[in-house]
Write a protein that binds this ligand. Sequence first.
Ligand code: FES
Ligand code: FES
Length: 164
Amino acid sequence: MRVELTVNGAIHGVDVEPRTTLLDALRDNLGLTGAHAGCEHGVCGACTVLCDGAAVRSCLMFAVQADGIAITTIEGVTPGPGELSILQDAFCETHGMQCGYCTPAMILAAHALLTNNPAPSRGDIVDAISGNICRCTGYAQIVDAIALAAERIRGVNRPPEAGA
Ligand code: FES
Ligand code: FES
């Protein structure tokens, strides 16, 4: 079947079988390997991408269901080639990654959170990543990273002080 996938702002026509998951289409057809295959049955969250801004497990969605939806993968959140987003930079700074397998999904889940809630509590952050498993168990540093990024994004968005 031919589907049109809108990924990171670009439209791609891809030929898939009806049973092809969105995860496999992203990785195998489009070469976007930042979405990771972990359990492939909806438990670990490693395959998380954003669909119209919401964090979704791409292993549980068929590629044909994604036709017409704006998909964002980790490859789409960088400001430019070789640059890191504020969230990615915060993960580096707080050591919010160890092996890195869960990291793209954690960052996308955080991205969805901060888009809707720029000033999350630690509880809000824990809730937002509660569907994502980190096998290295670095949860405390991941929460620190998201809190740091939230603070920095609020700072960037703050209007300049009068006279500054
Ligand atoms: S690979 Fe999709 S939830 Fe684990
Ligand atoms: S950093 Fe290794 S799985 Fe999370």
